[in-house]
Design a protein around this ligand. Sequence first.
Ligand code: BTN
Length: 263
Amino acid sequence: MPSYEHDIRHSVQSLHFIRRLVYRSSVESTNTLANSLAREGSDEWTVVVADAQEHGRGRQGRVWHSPPGVNVYTSIIVKPVIAYDDIPAISLLAGMVVAIVLEHVSGIVAELKWPNDVMIAGKKISGILLELGNGDPGRPYLVVGIGINVNSEPGEYPGQLSGSATSMKTLTGTTYDRAGLLNYLYREFHEWYTYYCSHQGFMSIKEHYMQRFTMINKRVQIQSGAERMSGFVEDIDASGRLVLRDDRGETTTIKSGDVYRVG
Ligand code: BTN
């Protein structure tokens, strides 16, 4: 029976932009491995895939539940030659790409929760962890880590995640081919990323992101480090930052944080 690794290698063969595919049946975290490969000088478009992660990492130091045999865990190394301020919005771009891929592969229409959570009816189906590092002088590298809950069953999520996570299989009752999904994900990410880097800036993709962003004018609470703020979502600015209007009508821009709908 063909293995997951065999299927992936076969599936990405036609993707000529992929310079190297590193597969592990189990790894601490594909992002951690991709970071060390990038530091050692790996080319951009090196991709890391694992069947399972022992310590999958989420945003804000959280754990990303990563059981074997069911979901997608991958990290892509890129080296963007763009203005420094345009780099963070690549994480918004990655969330948008995942939503496009989900819709194409399964018909599931997802919403984007700023900055890059992919949600269906308030439950999370995918998460993205972007990490920036220093590679060759003057050429930073970016690790774009993507986790998608593909074939996991509702009962497989531990404790508090059971009410807040979902998967493609849970939503449609279908089991998906993870290798085929990865092929589509890499192709779509490559296309949008290349477009983004040549047009530079969130404004070049804003219209597409906003089609799936449902928080405008919604009242939210934001936890950004130790700081907590609340207000109404007014916009996303040219650098991908959230623009929040507080109760006094003053606006603040937020670079990172967790957004919760209130009221
Ligand atoms: C989040 O929503 O908190 C981000 C989750 C990111 C999970 C992915 S799975 C592949 C890659 N490797 C990791 O350790 N994390 C990312």
